[in-house]
Design a protein around this ligand. Structure first.
Ligand SMILES: [Fe+2]
Ligand SMILES: [Fe+2]
Length: 339
């Protein structure tokens, strides 16, 4: 299996001002509704797959795998925490979403108690394959979907999916090592996909009703169009993962997300807004070239000074969290080690 390399734990900061709206994409509110519905499931689905992977990885006597699993768990715990905070805002705006959230919690509790550990590991692999397919789908459509959206919410969704691309191999690797039953994997994939469709539908209907768009033909036309496009992306991608000898590392990553993640600033815990001019940013923050590569006439100190100046320029690139006061906020989830 190809080594996915070190998985960074980005301690990202989001600022959710009091006027944050559940309808954070005014140009395509039904997209916000569907994504919000998806977000509701994250603090329940991700801890379930984390527990499954952690439990299964305990039987693998390979320090490299253990290191990858730890890094994977740290990323997923961060996702869950951030979505839990976001979901509190959603539920405050639309209390009926709490009902959908409680169904999600019940469903995952049921899987935890009744489906068994091997199913959990297979579910984790299928869950990650779905997330990777979703990332590929959204990467290509980001301009259509996020133009005009609240940058904070857009960053949450795109950052999460971008990290799903980074750790796409880990759960599959663990499942293949401890179980590898394709029958179970297909069953888990079916359950995962059915839950995705059902809970996104329920959450979306609740919000569209609140926004008086439940009977809007435009809303349903868009949802069907995105849904069908998503199915055409997800089904082939997931079908490939069932093939014997499949290695997720061989699946082509989306082109923009990894670049965008590389612009993460650990000092501020922020990413540039999704439509920032990344080419300029990445050129500006690149380390000074090695001596052999340095253009003639430039000295080390000149190159370093240039990099410092460029970094200052890069700091001016808009970052969602910088334009607002940071407000931490309570998390409804335990820390990574406790999940
Ligand atoms: Fe995640
Ligand atoms: Fe994931």
């Amino acid at each position: 299996m190809v080594d996915p390399g070190p998985l960074p734990h980005r301690r990202i900061r989001f600022a959710w001002p009091d006027d944050t709206r559940a309808r954070w994409q005014p140009l395509r509110p039904e997209f916000a509704a569907a994504v919000n519905a998806l977000s509701l499931g994250m603090p329940h689905g991700e801890p379930y797959v984390m527990r499954a992977v952690r439990r299964a990885a305990g039987a693998i006597d390979d320090p490299d795998v253990q290191a990858r699993v730890r890094a994977y768990l740290a990323q997923e715990a961060e996702h869950s925490r951030q979505h839990a905070r976001f979901n509190e805002i959603l539920v405050a705006h639309h209390p009926a979403l709490a009902r959908v959230e409680s169904w999600l919690a019940t469903s995952y509790r049921f899987l935890e108690r009744r489906a068994g550990a091997p199913f959990g590991t297979a579910y984790a692999a299928a869950f990650e394959a779905t997330a990777f397919a979703a990332a590929r789908w959204m990467d290509r459509r980001r301009h259509e979907l996020f133009t005009g959206a609240d940058p904070e919410a857009a960053t949450l969704i795109l950052w999460h999916l971008a990290e799903e691309v980074e750790h796409k191999t880990v759960a599959h690797e663990v499942w293949a090592a401890v179980d590898g039953s394709r029958l179970r994997y297909v069953a888990a994939m079916g359950v995962c996909f059915a839950m995705l469709v059902w809970f996104v539908f329920c959450g979306t209907v609740v919000q569209l009703a609140a926004w008086r768009r439940l009977w809007s033909p435009v809303a349903w036309f868009r949802l069907w169009r995105w849904g069908l496009g998503f199915v055409f992306e997800v089904v082939p991608t997931m079908a490939i993962t069932v093939l014997p000898g499949h290695d997720p590392a061989e699946q082509a990553d989306p082109s923009w997300m990894p670049l965008w993640l590389s612009a993460f600033d650990p000092d501020t815990g922020t990413l540039p807004v999704w439509d920032a001019p990344l080419d300029a940013y990445l050129a500006a923050t690149a380390p000074p070239p090695a001596v052999g590569d340095r253009p003639r006439g430039r000295t080390t100190s000149a190159a370093a000074a240039e990099a410092v100046t460029a970094k200052a320029t890069a700091a001016d690139i808009p970052r969602p969290s910088r334009s607002r006061p940071a407000t931490g906020g309570p998390s409804r989830l335990p820390a990574a080690a406790e999940v």
